[in-house]
Design a binder for this molecule. Structure first.
Ligand code: NAD
Length: 482
């Protein structure tokens, strides 16, 4: 709600992680702040948190935790001498629990907005010229409280991204579904195909494969997981195929036809054209920035040819006092925590503080089981740059804690500068990788060497010893392996 005459220092368009963190930091710094968002869920509510919270990552990792529990009861706890009979899944309850968690988290952002006196304006915003914003209320009931236009001294664009649609597989959200619908299925499909074996495809496969669906991933690229270090990607491929993922690389989907009850998916690989029949086809073929209708032509907001907002290294657009953060720009990867940091970074710039952001130490995580996490450069990228490096790796299987919890898959790999010993990259596949990577980020943020990590005392027995041992491996003096 907003009063019609309010003068704002900052208006943020979009209440995802980038937008809400920018709003909170702006308000903490004494700036009069509003955040405009038009998210509306299936119950007609207007939750904060954007796609990341309401339709993406948080939903996905919540369901994955449920799926991991089920899978463990089915296939893993027997090794502990524990037997559970008649374990079954109530999918509606599982999805309902996920929704409750999302609602609770979204409500908490609302409480933070109230605490910081941030106005939440429920409307679709469009940037006009001279920093004017046109508002279309989210519902007729909001119309009385929302002016037709607003303006502010500073505007921050944070409208996020949405799934790329494929013309060969049009979403009907019944048989051919997007990544959001894939987190809200009412029944367990027997057989699923997923277009895209990228981050989202793998996370969704980890859920549905564990719950019992036969899962086939089709990816046009020949290379599996091109972003993390290749050694980690190879290990991931080995583990996931052993878990039952049917990973088909070099497989470009060219058509999807709905039958009465199933979908026929046509794809091409080196051997020709193939047809698969599945109960659901999930499209997870990348995301695009939400810049369509974000600005009127007369606003002159500069976009690049792929639709991303053009920004400088301070997230400033071509328009004075208009910033863009999060998935809208090509500065750094499409990750929630990158958006959160940019939100804070921009709020501090607006408040006149010196602020900085280190794009070189943004960690990435894939919430599979085991998790994959990395920060910094890969061995391949560094070699291509002609930088002399050293590497040290260590398997989880040699760590007491990993044996105790029965999670022995995976390894940690550390890459250092051969001359200075500075850590240039850390890549992990294994249990708890998403938490362990924080230590590597901190080490790199402080320009640590592998010697620093090797001399840092790690609790024994913990999974973090894998990182410690990988640092020792660089010096050829591991303690728990020959
Ligand atoms: P992605 O780019 O990681 O993977 C999409 C894949 O789809 C590509 O490998 C591409 O080759 C394939 N593809 C496209 N068209 C195809 C076709 N016709 N046939 C077969 N394959 C096809 O994209 P994503 O997995 O959708 O993720 C989008 C973004 O969201 C990424 O930047 C990701 O980092 C981010 N994200 C991050 C997290 C996280 O941090 N855990 C979670 C969700 C999303």
């Amino acid at each position: 709600m907003t009063k019609k005459t309010t003068q704002y220092d900052v208006i943020i368009i979009g209440a995802g992680p980038a937008g809400y963190s920018c709003a909170i930091r702006s308000a903490q710094l004494g700036l009069k702040t509003a955040c405009i968002d038009n998210w509306r869920n299936s119950q007609g509510l207007t939750p904060l948190g954007g796609a990341h919270l309401n339709a993406g990552c948080v939903a996905s990792l919540t369901l994955l935790e449920s799926a991991k529990l089920y899978h463990s009861l089915q296939q893993e706890i027997q090794q502990h001498g524990i037997y559970a009979d008649n374990v079954r899944v109530d999918l509606a309850q599982m999805v309902g629990r996920k929704d409750q968690i999302i609602n609770k988290l979204s409500h908490k952002i609302g409480e933070l907005f109230t605490h910081h006196k941030i106005d939440h304006i429920r409307a679709r915003a469009k940037l006009l010229k001279n920093k004017e914003i046109a508002l279309t209320p989210s519902s007729p009931s909001d119309a009385d409280n929302i002016p037709a236009t607003l303006t502010a001294k500073h505007i921050v664009l944070a409208t996020g991204s949405s799934p790329i649609q494929l013309s060969c597989a049009k979403i009907d959200n019944e048989y051919i579904i997007d990544s959001f619908a894939a987190l809200n299925m009412a029944e367990l499909p027997k057989k699923i195909a997923i277009i895209g074996a990228g981050v989202i495809g793998l996370e969704l496969a980890s859920i549905w494969n564990r719950l019992g669906s036969e899962t086939i991933l089709l990816d046009a690229q020949e290379t599996f997981l091109p972003l993390p270090d290749h050694q980690i990607a190879r290990e991931a491929y080995r583990i996931f195929t052993r878990q039952g993922f049917d990973l088909r690389l070099g497989a470009r989907v060219i058509a999807a036809k709905k039958g009465p009850k199933r979908v026929a998916v046509e794809y091409q690989d080196q051997e020709g054209t193939h047809t698969l029949r599945v109960d659901k086809l999930i499209v997870a073929s990348g995301r695009k920035p939400n810049t369509e209708n974000l600005a009127a032509p007369e606003a002159n907001l500069l976009l690049d040819e792929t639709g991303y907002v053009h920004v400088d290294e301070n997230c400033r657009t071509n328009l004075p006092s208009v910033y863009a953060i999060g998935d809208l720009t090509l500065l750094g990867p499409m990750l929630a925590h990158k958006g959160i940091e940019e939100g804070v970074f921009v709020a501090e710039q607006i408040a006149g503080l010196h602020s900085d952001i280190n794009y070189g130490t943004i960690p990435s995580v894939i919430y599979t089981d085991p998790e994959i996490a990395w920060v910094g450069q890969t061995e391949q990228a560094l070699k291509a740059m002609g930088i002399a490096i050293k590497t040290g790796s260590f398997p989880f299987s040699a760590i007491a804690r990993a044996q105790a919890i029965g999670k022995t898959d995976g390894l940690v790999k550390i890459i250092t500068d051969a001359e200075t010993d500075n850590i240039l990259g850390v890549h992990i596949i294994g249990a708890g990788a998403s938490e362990m990577i924080a230590e590597a980020v901190l080490a790199m943020e402080y320009s640590a060497s592998s010697e620093d990590l090797a001399r840092t005392i790690h609790v024994h027995p913990t999974l973090s010893e894998t990182l410690h041992e990988a640092a020792l491996a660089l010096k050829k003096r591991t303690l728990h392996l020959p």
